[in-house]
Design a protein around this ligand. Structure first.
Ligand code: SAH
Length: 340
């Protein structure tokens, strides 16, 4: 097992078996959470550092980073030990910094507007690798003493988190338990794998659930998202409703506005009917055009009109602010650019 995948208890067990006192495990785990490799753990005896260094590590490193001159957004490409690259984005807000993370290398969900899925899913990320992204960012952009750089996490990068369920749930328990990032500061975005949404509601910390809807009818959604054939839109909304009831957290529905496809007043009305009686908020995102796909984003003016119609129909909605537009395109585009 990789060192980064060991829980605090598993690490304590290992070091105890090696005859080390308990405080050593605490030191080592603390270093791992700060992105250090064994050789850099300077307060450990050299022999212990070498023993740890001989174990498979399973960490990540910063391959490259791009900083927006407009709003300070940082787009990271992380390198995994097997040479794969994955994206992450650090966004700066007044209340803190949000790190957007990937959960898989690529994705197999096949949504027609998304760049992450163009080459399918290469592999799942392990929970230790996801924790490693947070640690790597803390080391790369250190905060003031006693503070953390990453205060919020969103699992909205490449991959479908509920298609890598066990790793994602373990990651969330480690992040809330070991890094002390509260579940209310974490969001997970899913394309709507209904049985996993139901399990997630009772097995994971009560994070905010975001559901990618992007349409208001099965006919429309099936054209955009193949997963809709397995879990039709009503079932997805019902599962989201159940999540809100069980956790008391308002569900977010994501709706990418595509010019001439799903951005008319009739679409807004159908969406409002679908979401009536659900504790939710709609995030409207003008589609980010992907070079490989022939779909155009709605203009910002039309997006605002769409938000207005939803408000008329008593649905809470906002148009999402765009950040880092000078450094990155839509999901998965940076990785593809670098791979080429
Ligand atoms: N698999 C998860 C996370 C995907 S990325 C999910 O499906 O929710 C996060 C969001 O970005 C999703 O809502 C996804 O549908 C959306 N997205 C993907 N490509 C996009 C694009 N080109 N423009 C706008 N949003 C996009």
């Amino acid at each position: 097992m990789y060192l980064m995948d060991k829980s605090r208890d598993e690490l304590a067990e290992l070091l105890t078996a090696w005859g080390e006192p308990l405080f050593r495990a605490k030191q080592v785990y603390g270093w791992l959470l700060r992105g250090a490799r064994p050789q850099a753990m300077t307060n450990l005896p050299k022999a212990l550092r070498e023993k740890l260094d001989a174990l498979p590590f399973g960490g990540v490193s910063v391959h490259s980073k791009f900083v927006s001159t407009r709003d300070g957004t940082v787009k990271y490409l992380f390198a995994l030990e097997d040479g794969n690259l994955v994206e992450g984005v650090l966004m700066r807000y007044r209340y803190g910094n949000t790190l957007c993370l990937s959960t898989q290398v690529g994705c197999k969900m096949g949504c027609v507007f998304c760049a992450s899925t163009l080459d399918g899913c290469v592999r799942d990320l392990r929970h230790g690798e996801m924790l490693g992204f947070v640690a790597a960012v803390e080391a790369d952009e250190p905060a003031k003493a006693g503070e953390r750089t990453v205060t919020n996490i969103v699992l909205m990068g490449s991959g479908e988190p509920l298609d890598n369920y066990d790793n994602v749930v373990r990651f969330l328990w480690r992040v809330t338990g070991d890094l002390g990032i509260s579940a209310r500061n974490i969001s997970l975005s899913t394309c709507g794998i209904v049985p996993m949404m139901r399990r997630f509601a009772s097995e994971a910390p009560p994070v905010t659930l975001s559901v990618s809807l992007h349409a208001a009818t099965d006919a429309q959604r099936s054209k955009l998202m193949p997963i809709n054939a397995a879990y039709p839109i009503r079932e997805v909304v019902t599962a989201a409703h159940a999540y809100a009831e069980q956790t008391g957290r308002r569900v977010i529905f994501e709706y990418a506005l595509i010019a001439g496809e799903n951005d008319s007043q009739a679409d807004a009305k159908a969406l409002a009917n679908l979401l009536a009686h659900t504790l939710c908020h709609v995030n409207l995102i003008p589609l980010n055009p992907v070079a490989e796909r022939d779909l155009q984003g709605t203009t910002r003016a039309q997006a605002q009109r769409f938000a207005g119609w939803l408000a008329d129909y008593r649905v809470s909605a906002t148009v999402r602010r765009e950040m880092g537009t000078d450094i990155a395109g839509a999901c998965g585009q940076l990785r593809r650019k670098v791979l080429k």
